[in-house]
Design a binder for this molecule. Sequence first.
Ligand code: AMP
Length: 509
Amino acid sequence: MNELNSVVRLLDLGVGKYGNKILYEDSDKTIEFVELRKLARIIATRLIREKNKDRKNAPVLVYMSKSVDALTAFMGVLYSGSPYVPIDTNMPAARLQKILNNLKPSAVITDSIHYKNLFQVEIFGAKSYVFSDISSGEIDDNAVNKVVDGVIDTDPIYIMYTSGSTGEPKGVTVSHRGVIDYALWLVETFGFDEDTVMGNQAPLYFDNSVFDIYGCLLCGGRAVLIPDSLLMFPIKLPEFLEEHEITSIFWVPTVMINVANSGVLKKYPMPKLENIAFCGEVMPNTQLNIWRREHPDAKYANLYGPTEITDVCTYYVVDREFEDSEPLPIGCACRNMRAIILTEDNQCAKQGESGELCIIGSGVALGYWGKKNITDSAFIQNPLNSNYREIIYRTGDLAFEDKDGLIIIQGRLDSQIKFKGNRIELGEIEKAAMCLEGVENACSLFNETKGEITLFLQTKEELMLRKVNMALLKYVPRYMLPQRLVTIKQFPHTANGKIDRVGLRKTYF
Ligand code: AMP
């Protein structure tokens, strides 16, 4: 077997070990290791043959519903030597266009439901394929093997787009090495094996899904994709977990909170559920304690990591009950990763001292696709090391190390927020609002206490929230819509002429 230069080597290995065992499952179909490899190599053969020579190894957009087919498309793209780019099919066309302008994909794989949406955007001559068509045909083993042999482990595996403060989504580009090391760490830490069954909650365009997709690929387990429609009904989730004999979940706290609050945990013992991991935002102790009380035998882990790190870089196994007022630690760095806290003058923070959490290691992303300037400001040389090149990612999270050496998150240093599990740059909402007719200026603030986004608009006329939101939907996804609108004739300004955000907070919150 060749060295682990590409994630598809894990699939090659898996075929030898697990053969006809089911790897992925959705509500319509299942796929085994052998079949996945076969279909993926059919897709790759076609992509390689029809690749535009100037855009060789350029990314391939996967514009499909969350499904076994989408996962098959990912593997097909990887066998063709390109990174895949999973995209939310509910995204407004204007936002998708911004992504396409930045990405310039070599090809697009879509499904029959979403094919037509692509007529609304410019895809820059990329070849577009419908999954059912590209996944049938022949395999050119020589061509595929040659391409895979040429992959280097630091080549990109996927690009995931996150909200950008300038109004342009940023394409976080992650390497094969990041995913391989992460999968190895996961399997070892959680003791995953062939009997593992993961209940996937995360959309495939959100990096939490990397846990399920590659954790199962490596350990020979099975990932069951929970239908989106079911995720709207927290009360139904435990029944689904029990029915599918799920052993591990890795969910955003918002979903865990909803399930805990629904009171349904009491009804389902879920004896198979061994690992309950969560990541993406603060997990409140109240709801965590409900889970722990109802399911005391499971292992609970608070995982932390921005998209710019291959999913997760620190973790904390929750080993005791936390009071409501206590912060839940994010713990210590995972293997292959290191976490440092830098003070404002770029010194290493002492224990108990706050600073910006910065991450080093193989999971650190390669940067933002096609955006050198913002890459250079977020991925910087480690200021504590002047001897050789060592890139750190500045997370923008304020943190300190407690007396037990565990990292505690205190908040953000910028205007990025987490709202119901979604990462949002308030600047993206402001930029979208500035496109609306009659809007002279826009400012968006998050009220943590009420859990709502307020949009302030400088306009001559009063506007209604509902109408503004209808118009905003042209530019931003639904989860970015404000819950409250305040129209003002003239924004207050600070001494240096900027919008007085502190003043707006004081007056309106
Ligand atoms: P995303 O890129 O969507 O994964 O969002 C990353 C951001 O979510 C981090 O920079 C943190 O601000 C926040 N975050 C992720 N995991 C946790 C956690 N376990 N506890 C608190 N905040 C978290």
